[in-house]
Write a protein that binds this ligand. Structure first.
Ligand SMILES: [Zn+2]
Ligand SMILES: [Zn+2]
Length: 345
């Protein structure tokens, strides 16, 4: 069977005709199969939604109880028959509950990775290589210039700065779903055991992580704290909050930003970031290329990000490769906006 007869990019997203569903649809559809909870992949308004329990819970937290007509939870390694295909979920290592979705029909297997990373993350199940015929990869950091390095070293940089400026607060911009919790867990691994402060917009999702058994130590709300009491403290906030009026409640804050984009100095400068921390929940160039090779796929479809270099790399290795022109996905870190209400929190 030709792969494009199994999965085809359409306006609503990746459509599986023989299975009667879409993967991560950007428009409301009858049946959606969803890789993870980030808002560009998990949207409200579908008929039936199949996803991991964590992804379903995150959608419920964000959109309310009626985010879909019906829902079905699936575990990693579990296989479900939909129409003429079977789908199987595998860990993507991106955020809690994130999955790659293997779609098999007759003797052809296509893996839609969603967003993924092969780097270590104490807050989610590690990425699993899934052998397949066609691998659909993201390409958020699909340029050789992107090499993320070890996230633990970046967290050590943050702690060195805290030790150096005990009278200042450290304000770390981090995406609310995934990145914030990973930064906290990495700080704990380095032995940092003081309370960590949270912006109101990330309290609920962070407490959800704790409820799923992710150890994050003592967390406190920034709200209600006296300025002087935040001297020497580490606080996490959505990236947009670190550049607005909200920061005035901190004593002489050092602003940090945890993102793969911090590899690009100009981005850090533009945002007025004093302490760029290269910590990403997406695979870097080495991670993308190593993963593509490890899947053994003879054909690679590249989506949302820097497709060209990765397509070129695949072709140079004799793999069939093409960009998928899917619209509506992007880097969550860059597209995140905080409502006025949340900024007050
Ligand atoms: Zn994502
Ligand atoms: Zn994404």
């Amino acid at each position: 069977m030709r792969p494009q007869d199994i999965l085809l990019p359409v306006a609503a997203g990746l459509c599986c005709k023989p299975g009667g569903f879409h993967i991560d649809p950007v428009r409301p559809v009858e049946r959606a199969v969803i890789t993870h909870g980030h808002s560009d992949h998990a949207r409200p308004g579908h008929g039936a939604v199949l996803a991991t329990q964590e992804t379903l819970d995150m959608m419920r937290l964000r959109y309310g109880d009626d985010f879909a007509r019906t829902t079905q939870a699936i575990r990693y390694g579990e296989e479900i028959r939909l129409g003429d295909v079977t789908v199987k979920f595998h860990p993507a290592g991106h955020v809690l509950g994130s999955a790659q979705i293997a779609v098999s029909c007759k003797d052809t297997c296509i893996v839609a990775s969603g967003d993924y990373k092969d780097a270590r993350d104490p807050t989610c199940v590690p990425f699993e290589v899934v052998p397949c015929d066609v691998f659909i990869t993201e390409a958020t950091f699909g340029l050789p210039v992107f090499r993320h390095g070890d996230a633990a070293d970046e967290v050590k940089k943050l702690l060195a700065s805290v030790a150096l400026f005990p009278e200042r607060a450290h304000l770390v911009g981090a995406y609310s779903l995934g990145k914030a919790q990973r930064v906290i867990a990495l700080l704990r691994e380095q032995g940092y055991d003081a309370p960590i402060y949270l912006h109101g917009a990330m309290e609920e999702i962070t407490h959800y992580y704790q409820s799923r058994g992710v150890a994050l130590g003592e967390l406190r709300a920034v709200k209600g704290m006296k300025k002087a009491d935040l001297a020497g403290a580490i606080a996490l906030a959505p990236p947009s909050a670190t550049s607005d009026i909200w920061t005035r409640r901190f004593p002489d804050p050092v602003t940090a930003f945890a993102s793969g984009w911090m590899r690009v100095r100009a981005r850090a400068r533009q945002r007025g970031i004093e302490l760029p921390l290269v910590i990403s929940d997406h695979a870097d160039w080495d991670g993308l290329t190593a993963t593509i090779a490890a899947t053994g796929a003879g054909e690679v479809w590249v989506t949302h990000g820097q497709e060209d270099a990765l397509v070129h790399w695949c072709k140079a290795r004799g793999l069939a490769a093409r960009p998928l022109d899917l619209v509506g996905y992007g880097d969550e870190e860059e597209s995140e906006t905080v409502t006025a209400n949340e900024a007050e929190a």
